[in-house]
Structures are given as C-alpha cells and as structure tokens.
Design a protein. Structure first.
Ligand SMILES: [Zn+2]
Length: 151
C-alpha cells in the first residue's frame, strides 16, 4: 500500500487518497470488488495457461499411446509441440529400472535412449504410480548438504 508524503493512504484500485480508518485499502466496496476481481482474473489466467500446456501434453501422449504403452522417438513429440517443462507429477519406477516418468494427468512418459536415439516410453498412468510419486523433500536435503559444503 502506498502512503503519500502527507501521510494519506491511496486506494489500491483508483489511487485516490483514502480518508477514514487507518487499515482501509480502498475508497469503497466498488473499488475493493474491482481490485479483487482483477487479481482473481490474473491468477486464473496463469493457472489456465499452465493447465492448457499440460492438457496439450496429455493429448499428445494419448494420441501416441491410446492403450497400454508405446515407444516413440522424441522428435515425434517435438514435432507435435510437446512442452517438456510442464507436467502434473513425477513418478519413479521401482528398482532395478528406476525410470523417472513425467506425468500429465493420466498419461506419463519416461525419456529413454535406444541405440543412441532419444525416445519417449509412454504409458497410461497406473494406480500404483501414486505409491512412487516423487517427494521433493529428500532432494531438498541433498541441496542443503551441498550448500553447507559450499559455504
Ligand atoms: Zn478507489
């Protein structure tokens, strides 16, 4: 909240000086509603943007792997516009393979190499995935140990 030199606060929505209680942020209900609606819309847009990327990724995985599992060259996913930065979760299959799968809702893929060629092993998400969803905290511990060593 901005406070003018005169000590008067300004409305978060319209920037006009506010009179009255010290904790007031808006001149009236109209300004408060406008401000809250705009903030909510911006939040919603951000969420929808990320959701639309993951949704598109899921559609690509589903197209390439309608049932069971499939192995596809990475360049096929690239050509279809797959965005590798976004996913809804990470699953690591149990040892000995211990592959990381990047989940997009109910489909997932694992980046693999076959004879030097980058490929995606695509699978439909199974219930047991949930048991092996990656927990970020152990990685955090490693990071802390690393930071302590550095400084
Ligand atoms: Zn106002």
């Amino acid at each position: 909240m901005e406070i003018e030199k005169s000590g008067k606060k300004k409305c978060l929505q319209c920037d006009k000086p506010i009179a009255g209680r010290l904790d007031k942020k808006y001149c009236d209900d109209y300004c408060r509603n406008m401000y809250n609606n705009q903030t909510k819309r911006a939040d919603e847009r951000q969420i929808q943007h990320v959701n639309s990327i993951i949704r598109k990724n899921r559609r690509i995985l589903k197209t390439l792997c309608p049932v069971g599992k499939a192995t596809v060259r990475k360049e096929v996913l690239d050509a279809m516009g797959y965005n590798y930065r976004y996913f809804s979760g990470v699953y690591r299959s149990p040892a000995p393979r211990s592959l990381a799968y990047f989940i997009c809702y109910d489909y997932a893929f694992s980046p693999i190499k076959e004879k030097g060629i980058d490929k995606a092993l695509i699978v439909q998400k199974q219930d047991y995935f949930d048991k092996y969803l990656q927990n970020p905290w152990p990685a955090q511990c490693i990071l802390k140990r690393f930071i302590r060593k550095q400084f």
